[in-house]
Design a binder for this molecule. Structure first.
Ligand SMILES: Cc1cc2nc3c(=O)[nH]c(=O)nc-3n(C[C@H](O)[C@H](O)[C@H](O)COP(=O)(O)OP(=O)(O)OC[C@H]3O[C@@H](n4cnc5c(N)ncnc54)[C@H](O)[C@@H]3O)c2cc1C
Length: 341
């Protein structure tokens, strides 16, 4: 059987490659080395949506599946890139606190909840609460995995050339593939196959700061996140901009992030890095995964939005499973679910 060709080496493509390998499906993974999303991400895996104190889409079972994937991946890559963290939500109202307290008695939420501690009381005016989470050192994860594929001889370091691709027999530069899956992130529109799908670009900026704070055990969340990445250094993120694909850091975003940080702490911090990335987002915030409506064997795997580190590994496993079994993916992620605008 010919291998599967995975185009795109972000967290989506990497997850697909490992899911193929796990099921004994031969694959090649192609990447052009221009990643500006998966490698920029803070990599926080947060099972909650804080705005309404609800679980995020598919938190059960995705959280556990993603955690197992990264822990196994660390062993295979022989690196450390997956770190447990208590995610501390600083409440914005008394009502939010009451809702949070109710969640302790809900069996769906209970596995993630951490009992209140002294620090929770010290966060005026409404206090805070913690849940269990983890974060991925995104740069290390991406670099080590691509290096691994290179050593395995499965990485094609190039930009996909449409001229070299024959859609009729799924050959690329004369080599046959059983299926081709495009996991291009926000570059989805650069190739013709899935241009009509609503994968929108949501640009985001993130700061790395040095801060004289020794708490490495919890990230802080209130309008921004403040994630401890190594002693004395934290990531503050992120902004959301919908009408630009600019990769230039802006003064406005830096100001916005620092102002929001100062709602959490009055301490001064030194900015040591300022990065920009672009998320691939869909209108209903669900991924877009499935086969082309005309061309058989061509798939899209995109639209991971703000949660790619949670959703990519479990969705990749389901995609490979459906490839083997011939069943369809979950209807909520089918790519043509939106009416043409
Ligand atoms: C500032 C910021 C913070 C974030 N924080 C978090 C977070 O804390 N937690 C979380 O879960 N998610 C976070 N995200 C979102 C997360 O990064 C995305 O959901 C995820 O990275 C999307 O992965 P992807 O593989 O689909 O896309 P990408 O990472 O964009 O990967 C696509 C790959 O395809 C390659 N490519 C494109 N075109 C071609 C071509 N023609 N030929 C070959 N290769 C090509 C690109 O170079 C790239 O490597 C954040 C995003 C941003 C921008």
């Amino acid at each position: 059987m010919n291998p599967v060709l995975i185009v795109g080496g972000g967290v989506a493509g990497i997850s697909l490659a490992h899911a193929c390998a796990e099921k004994g499906v031969d694959y090649r993974i192609m990447d052009d080395g221009k990643n500006v999303c998966s490698s920029i991400a803070a990599g926080i895996v947060n099972p909650f949506s804080f705005r309404r104190t609800l679980l995020t889409w598919m938190a059960h079972p995705f959280y556990q599946e993603a955690l197992s994937f990264y822990q196994n991946n660390e062993k295979r890559m022989r690196t450390q890139h997956c770190f447990p963290i208590d995610i501390r939500r600083i409440f914005s109202s008394e009502e939010e606190k009451t809702t949070w307290e109710r969640r302790f008695n809900d069996p769906d939420f209970e596995p993630f909840m951490i009992p209140f501690d002294r620090d929770d009381e010290k966060r005026p005016p409404f206090g805070s609460g913690r849940i269990k989470g983890f974060w991925i050192d995104a740069k290390t994860f991406i670099e080590e995995n691509l290096r691994f594929f290179e050593k395995e001889g499965t990485l094609l370091k190039e930009s996909f050339s449409n001229e070299a691709f024959s859609v009729g027999d799924l050959t690329y530069k004369g080599k046959g593939f059983s299926n081709v899956v495009f996991a291009l992130g926000y570059k989805n529109k650069a190739l013709p196959w899935f241009q009509d799908l609503p994968v929108h670009s949501t640009q985001g900026e993130v700061l790395t700061v040095s801060w004289n704070n020794s708490d490495m055990s919890s990230s802080l969340h209130r309008k921004v996140y403040v994630l401890p990445i190594r002693p004395g250094y934290f990531k503050i993120g992120a902004t959301y901009m919908w009408h630009t694909e600019s990769l230039e850091p802006t003064e406005a975003a830096r100001k916005e992030l620092l102002e929001k940080f100062h709602l959490i702490s009055k301490d001064e911090v030194q900015v040591v890095k300022h990065e920009v990335g672009i998320r691939p987002t869909s209108p209903d915030r669900r991924p877009l995964i499935g086969e082309h409506q005309t061309y058989k064997g061509i798939f899209v795997f995109n639209g991971l939005g703000t949660k790619g580190y949670l959703t990519a590994p479990p969705l990749a496993q389901r995609w490979v499973q459906q490839l083997i079994s011939g069943n369809e993916m979950d209807a909520s992620t089918l790519p043509y679910r939106f009416k043409p605008s």
